[in-house]
Write a new protein. Structure first.
Length: 285
């Protein structure tokens, strides 16, 4: 826990709780649909319906447009919410809502319970590091393959989508498909490099990061308060260096791990001064 910061003021606490709620919604939804015929919430994060509102993943929506070679208005409308969220806050779906991140965090928590080695395992060093721009090749490759074969690939192999879909298959058909192995592979990769798939290979994360490149909510680094302890660098699951201001880069997903870990409050969430949301002082004038 960061020194001087009370338990309930830790942003990461609320992130963990929100991730848990999102995971429960995705996993419990097929059960409520099947056993109690409660259909207010339907689907999973690839295409999630809440009442009459449908939210569509931007990547799956884009791939559907590329394969159909036409625009489908309900799909476009469904992409508005996640696109606006990314424009304002960046890649927060990945860090605050994605079921894969929930499972990854759960894995970290379990590793942290190992006697004597818990802390080192939880904040383990990366065994393999790739160039940050690898993730852009993943996005381009995904879209190219989709256009070549004429099928929205991420609809089939999306790890966050598989969590909901495999749960649905189990509830409705009492079996899971071989694609469930993809989720296990992603979690195993975390043991090699923290959030390896999320950092380098997730095309959805790449697209959301690209949309949120000029996001309004950023983690500001205050060099005057920094004492050079680099605790923030060791806490970052994405392998970036908040200690030199990389928290404002396109590769940051605003998870707040560095914010809570900083002992001198040198890192804090702020709205960009020149963004569409004005600073407090400017709003008062």
């Amino acid at each position: 826990m960061a020194r001087g910061k009370s338990f309930f003021k830790r942003i990461t606490l609320w992130r963990y709780l929100f991730l848990t709620v999102c995971f429960i919604v995705v996993v419990a939804n097929p059960f409520t649909n099947y056993y109690w015929n409660i259909n207010f919430i339907q689907g999973w994060f690839q295409s999630l319906g809440v009442g009459n509102l449908w939210v569509v993943s931007p990547l799956e929506g884009l791939e559907s447009i590329l394969t159909a070679k036409s625009f489908y208005m309900p799909s476009l409308v469904g992409m508005v919410v996640p696109v606006v969220l990314a424009l304002l806050m960046g890649r927060v779906f990945c860090s605050w809502m994605c079921p894969i991140e929930f499972l990854s965090l759960l894995t970290d928590k379990v590793l942290g319970l190992v006697p004597k080695w818990g802390r080192k395992l939880k904040y383990r060093k990366d065994l393999v590091r790739l160039a940050k721009y690898t993730i852009w090749f993943s996005l381009v490759s995904e879209l190219l393959i989709t256009m070549i074969i004429g099928y929205p690939m991420f609809v089939w192999w999306s790890p966050p989508g598989l969590v909901g879909r495999e749960t649905m298959f189990y509830v409705f058909y009492k079996h899971i498909t071989v694609e469930a192995v993809i989720v296990l592979v992603v979690l195993v990769l975390n043991l090699i490099t923290r959030r390896m798939f999320c950092r380098y290979f997730c095309p959805l994360g790449a697209l959301l990061a690209l949309i949120g490149k000029k996001r309004q909510l950023v983690i500001k680094y205050d060099a005057n308060r920094c004492v050079g302890c680099k605790v923030c660098d060791s806490r970052c699951p994405m392998g970036i260096l908040p200690s030199i201001g990389e928290s404002q880069s396109i590769y940051c997903w605003n998870c707040a791990e560095c914010v809570d870990a900083c002992p001198t409050s040198a890192l804090n969430f702020v709205w960009r001064d020149k963004g569409i949301i004005l600073p407090t002082t400017q709003r008062l004038n």
